[in-house]
Design a protein around this ligand. Sequence first.
Ligand code: GTP
Ligand code: MG
Length: 372
Amino acid sequence: KVGMNVQDLAKLLHRDASEIIKKLFLLGIVTNQNQSLDEDTIEILAADYGIDAKQKEEEDLADIDRFFDDETVNEDALEPRAPVVTIMGHVDHGKTTLLDYLRKTNVTEGEAGGITQHIGAYQARLDGRLITFLDTPGHAAFSEMRARGANVTDITVLVVAADDGVQPQTIEAINHAKAAGTPVIVAVNKIDKEGANPDQVMNQLMAYDLVPEEYGGSTIFVKISAKQGQNIDQLLEMILLEADVLELKADPTQPGRGSVIEARLDKGRGPVSTVLVQQGTLHIGDPVVVGNTYGRIRTMQNEKGEDLKEAKPATPVQITGLNAVPSAGDRFVVMADEKSARAAGEEREKRAREEVRNAGSVVTLDTLFNTM
Ligand code: GTP
Ligand code: MG
């Protein structure tokens, strides 16, 4: 495996690093613990210990995070990608209404009669540019994803109702956005309502470092009515403006990588998952590991139910072909072939089961002590 040093290899072989260094010395290679080794040297050494290095590597396939985090991007292949946006805010402040409005206008604009499916994510278009919205309701899904290391969101749109102001979940949402390090665009909603007081919302939010530009800050505020569709285009414009600042790019030439947005078991089609491609391109037929599941991409559809052959970065797609249902926040990686995908998936599944079993016995002990 590329990038492995003497210490890594020693660990893998359950030997002392000093022993490895000695052996290498006898082979005429002078090294130290941190020196990385080339593939040939590793194979020779492993063979010396009676181990098939290729097989070891296969076992290590379970470590798919390694593939996922592989940041060896080809600078020349980088292309601009759509921003991925999550909408958050307090209960009843209008998140769903805003998403519904965007979805409705989006459908009627392009393909009349198109039936929008709920796939947990979809794309809106303004002036030919795409914006990906994650339709994960509530903070739970958001923090769940972050806890699993899936930082999928580029920009947070914070919806605050102008007739209700800053509320507990508004503050929670701000904290989530800060922890995730995403910029926040504030959508002051329900400005059509009697008693709406957008200025008060702006004043309240200054206490949380969200200072409007007109007060010398750098936070974008847009006053909208999600119900009547007022200033929604302006909101999309601001999202694209913020995206320009972030210079979001990805390399579509790599094997596809990304995260699960949601997944369920469909009676007829088996496990159905919505995934967001974050790097590379996902194709029909690609062998994949998805969390602790694996398979081959059998079908791939967008939110309009249209069949796709491939999906580039920032595209959400609904896929089938996995052996089981993955969890929201799970990461996926395209593997070289179906065999390694299966090996990695099965190994990960096994480890997950062992973890549960180990955790289970701890709980039992705890319970025992607590009841005494
Ligand atoms: P939860 O999913 O429960 O957190 O709520 P939500 O943020 O998704 O709010 P939702 O979109 O369900 O809106 C709550 C209520 O506010 C509904 O009755 C909407 O019709 C209403 N509402 C949302 N946006 C507007 C608006 O711009 N103007 C007015 N007048 N009412 C709105
Ligand atoms: Mg809602």
